[in-house]
Design a protein around this ligand. Structure first.
Ligand SMILES: C[S@@+](CC[C@H](N)C(=O)[O-])C[C@H]1O[C@@H](n2cnc3c(N)ncnc32)[C@H](O)[C@@H]1O
Length: 193
């Protein structure tokens, strides 16, 4: 990771509570996951000001160096037009990673790019938006995750009561192997079998 991105992430981490950003260790984990698995197509639900998106896109920029056939890309969805969406645009620009990122303004799951308008499948989907809608996001993307790909969900321990029905459903889904990691606010990691 270059110094400019490192410094930008460090400065954005200072306002983590204002923008409900992931913890640094969660960002590092998702970044490592993308690089180590050479994931190329990533979907994020809940951009906020772009902090997690920078962790994800930075990893994709590393994958791009070793991948000649396909340009790695992040699709990230945010519903807040007035403040967080434009702030993310500014932060992505400052990171120098904009070419790896498509920002989508809208409400998930409806705003998830369709198979015809966007990628048919994703290597990683990261859910970090309204906790009560996670099951809708899961149902919308579970069949669009490549084999060996991952769905990761933040706040799994901090919001375990709000997410208990969702966790139950996910654990029942035999097409994924699921673990909960004590990273940041708790990260659910489900890998497609
Ligand atoms: C927890 S914050 C995301 C933090 C971001 N992932 C990060 O770590 O930098 C959740 C964001 O999701 C947005 N949001 C909530 N429900 C949404 C939905 N259904 N579709 C799109 N965005 C949504 C909120 O406006 C908010 O900015």
């Amino acid at each position: 990771m270059n110094k400019k991105i490192k410094n930008l992430l460090a400065s954005l981490a200072l306002t983590r509570e204002t923008f409900w950003n992931i913890h640094e260790e969660t960002g590092k984990f998702l970044n490592l996951l993308i690089v180590s698995q050479k994931y190329k197509t990533v979907l994020e639900i809940g951009t906020s000001n772009g902090y997690s998106g920078i962790w994800l896109a930075e990893a994709l920029s590393q994958v791009a160096k070793t991948c000649k056939t396909k340009t790695p890309h992040l699709y990230t969805i945010e519903s807040n037009l007035k403040k967080r969406f434009p702030l993310a645009t500014k932060n992505f620009k400052e990171s120098g990673l904009s070419k790896y990122i498509t920002q989508i303004l809208g409400h998930a799951p409806e705003a998830i790019p369709s198979r015809s308008a966007g990628p048919k499948k994703f290597d990683l989907a990261f859910f970090d938006a309204t906790k009560y809608e996670h099951i809708l996001y899961w149902n919308a993307v579970k069949n669009r995750i490549n084999k060996g790909g991952t769905i990761a969900v933040d706040n799994i321990i901090s919001h375990k009561d709000a997410l208990k029905d969702f966790i139950k459903e996910v654990k029942k889904d035999t097409s994924f192997t699921t673990v909960i990691l004590p990273l940041g606010t708790g990260l659910l990691v489900s890998v497609k079998n």
